[in-house]
Design a protein. Sequence first.
Length: 446
Amino acid sequence: DKEFGMVNITDQYAVYRVRLDYFKLLTTENQTITGTVQWNDLRDMATLKLRNILPGKQKITATVKVHIEKKNDSGWQPLTSDSEVSQTVFSTGDEPKSIPDNNVIYSYPVKNQYNFYRDEYPRGYIKLGVGQPNLFRPEGEGNKWGYIARFKTNKGIEETPVTYSDAEAMVYFDIPKTLNTSVVYDMSIVKKPVSVGAMDRNLQRSEIIMFTTNASDSLSMAKNQLTGTITAETESILHSYSFRTSMYPTFNDKLSSLTNWNVQYKVDITRMSLLGIKTTSNETLDKFETEGLGTNFEPLVFAYAQRGNFWIDSHVNPQVYELYGASPNIMLDRNTDVLGILPLRAMRIFNSEEKGYLSDGTTSSSKKGDVLFRYDIPHYVYVDFCELRNKAAALYLGKAGMTEQAKRLLAGSIDDISRGKYPFKINYRLPGLNIITTSKEFNINY
């Protein structure tokens, strides 16, 4: 799908591209396996991302069809009416009998989570990278099956029903309201028989009548034959991991317990003042709350500043951001989707002492320490102002036709933060789903 140039047989330079017509997989029953084509950055390699795992013990036919197009004044034209088709056949092995860790994109609770808030959200889930619907069939192998989530400690077991969404490749289950706080739980997704069938249900009974030389006598003889096989009706664990429950039922309960805030102050490398508030918590924040999990999900706890103070509304916004976008050549290099154009999401949350900790499956005690929320907006405001002012100067200084945005940037300056109240919100979101379940307002009184 990438353009390339070459000299043809008439010594003329031309531009071509190879176009993909289709890339598909077919089962032995000629059923199409659902997937989406994904390209690499260079667009010279395509892969087929499957919705579900490949069916086991089958011969799969992979077929790719492409054609070549040439660029001319009117657009792209196929070189010939014929396309090139390539086909290969391969066989699959047994389907996995469980959900491997590397097929889990995100889950709730999270594996090794140290602070799981029992009442934060009523539903647990496990998002699969590739669907495994055959693991959750209600009937199979001659049996009827049910699925449960089992929460186990050395003191007892809680169980809730499990459902599987084929369309979402998602396992769902309820979070028991009776989970204890500050406890390590071993959680399992369990497949279990709904009812126990007869042990001889694959035995086919019949009777043979045998006659003797005396016509009035006969003899009957039983003839029993085993047909097929039956599968032992035993439980099997489809997926398992451990996590620790927080000492607080909800994240809001934890935030409400935080008192005696101390205002923090430091001067940044930009000579701007950075504010923060710090307090001691009976339970600090775990790694998933402050760091997230790579590309799988963002930090579960995050903060963003709010408007409503003089420094932002009456100084920073009109000076730097109010006319942003009016001049297409005076734009920021940073990705404004991350922090916002006005960088209100430039806030940090971290523990002053132990950082990045997770559950080891055994420790249940809370980790006490200092928690700090820092207001980094002044740093980004100053950096943004300098960048935009320099671009305005390069475009308009000493020239006519200066835009209003450029005039403001070149005539003004950025003052350090002033005394006042700086409001912000702390939020808790669910991993992967990004549903905000808790949002609480705080202030830095500077």
